[in-house]
Design a protein around this ligand. Structure first.
Ligand SMILES: *Cc1c(COP(=O)(O)O)cnc(C)c1O
Length: 238
C-alpha cells in the first residue's frame, strides 16, 4: 500500500469505529477531501482511491484548479464567500457549506436561478460566538430559514460549524452537539428538513460523527501537510 492508501484505510476504520460508538450507520457519513492548496495531481491521486467529493475554500483557487482535475468529481465550497464571487461559486460548486447571511442566501438564489439550477447550501453557524469567526449567531438561524422558505433556487439542507481551535478533540464536542440540537429545534420550529450537519475536520472528525455529522471535511489527514500554511480560521478571502 502507498502512504496515501494507508491513510485512507485508517480514516475509514476510524469513521467506522466512531459510527459504532455513536450508533450510526457509516453510509450516513460522507467524507469530503479538502484539497485547498493541494495540486491537481494530488487531487487525482485521492480521486483514484474512490473519493468523489472535494472541498475548496477559495473561488479563485477552485477556478484554476478544477479544470485540471479529473472531470467526474464533485466540488463543494467550504470557505467564506464574498458576494462579488457568488456567481462564479454557483458555476463551480455543487454545494456551498458556509452561507453566513440572509443577504448571501438571497444573492445565491438569484444566481442559481440565472444558471438554471437548484443549489443546496448549509448555513454556517458561529456556535462558539468567537469574534474572529464567520457564521451567523444561533439566534439568527430561524429568521434565515423562514426567509429561505420563499427562495426556490437555493435550498438549505443543513447547518455547518467550525469549533474553536483546541488541543484535545473532545473540547469540540459541546459545539458539535449544540449544532445538532439547534438543527433539531429548527426542524421542529420551521417544519423544514435539515438532514445535513457539516462538521468535523482532521483533528476532530470522530467526535463530530459521534455527535451526528453527515459531512466530515478532511484535509491534512488525507493529503498530508498543505502546500502553504493556512488554517480555516484564516480563510477569509473566498
Ligand atoms: C481547511 C478546512 C478543513 C480541513 O482542515 P484539516 O484540518 O486539514 O482537515 C475543513 N473545513 C474547513 C472549513 C476548512 O477551511
Amino acid at each position: 500500500m502507498t502512504d496515501l492508501e494507508t491513510r485512507w484505510v485508517g480514516i475509514n476504520r476510524r469513521i467506522d469505529e466512531a459510527c459504532g460508538r455513536g450508533g450510526r450507520d457509516p453510509s450516513t457519513v460522507q467524507v469530503m477531501a479538502v484539497s485547498k492548496t493541494q495540486s491537481p495531481e494530488a487531487v487525482a491521486e485521492v480521486a483514484a482511491l474512490g473519493v468523489a467529493t472535494f472541498g475548496e475554500n477559495k473561488v479563485q483557487e477552485a477556478r484554476q484548479k478544477i479544470p485540471l482535475c479529473p472531470s467526474r468529481l464533485h466540488w463543494h465550497l467550504i470557505g467564506h464567500l464574498q458576494s462579488n464571487k457568488a456567481r462564479d461559486a454557483v458555476r463551480l460548486f455543487e454545494m456551498i457549506h458556509a452561507v453566513d447571511s440572509l443577504r448571501l442566501l438571497e444573492l445565491l438564489d438569484r444566481c442559481a436561478g440565472e444558471e438554471g439550477r437548484v443549489l443546496p447550501v448549509c448555513l454556517e453557524v458561529n456556535v462558539s460566538g468567537e469574534r474572529s469567526k464567520f457564521g451567523m449567531p444561533p439566534r439568527a438561524v430561524a429568521e434565515a430559514l423562514r426567509a429561505a422558505g420563499s427562495l426556490f433556487k437555493v435550498k438549505v439542507v443543513g447547518l455547518m460549524t467550525i469549533p474553536p481551535v483546541a488541543e484535545d478533540p473532545g473540547e469540540a464536542r459541546p459545539f458539535f452537539r449544540a449544532l445538532r440540537e439547534l438543527r433539531d429545534q429548527m426542524q421542529d420550529l420551521t417544519g423544514m428538513a435539515l438532514p445535513e450537519l457539516s462538521m468535523g475536520m482532521s483533528q476532530d472528525f470522530e467526535v463530530a460523527i459521534e455527535e451526528g455529522a453527515t459531512w466530515i471535511r478532511v484535509g491534512t489527514l488525507l493529503f498530508g501537510p498543505r502546500q502553504r500554511k493556512e488554517s480555516p480560521y484564516e480563510s477569509i478571502d473566498s
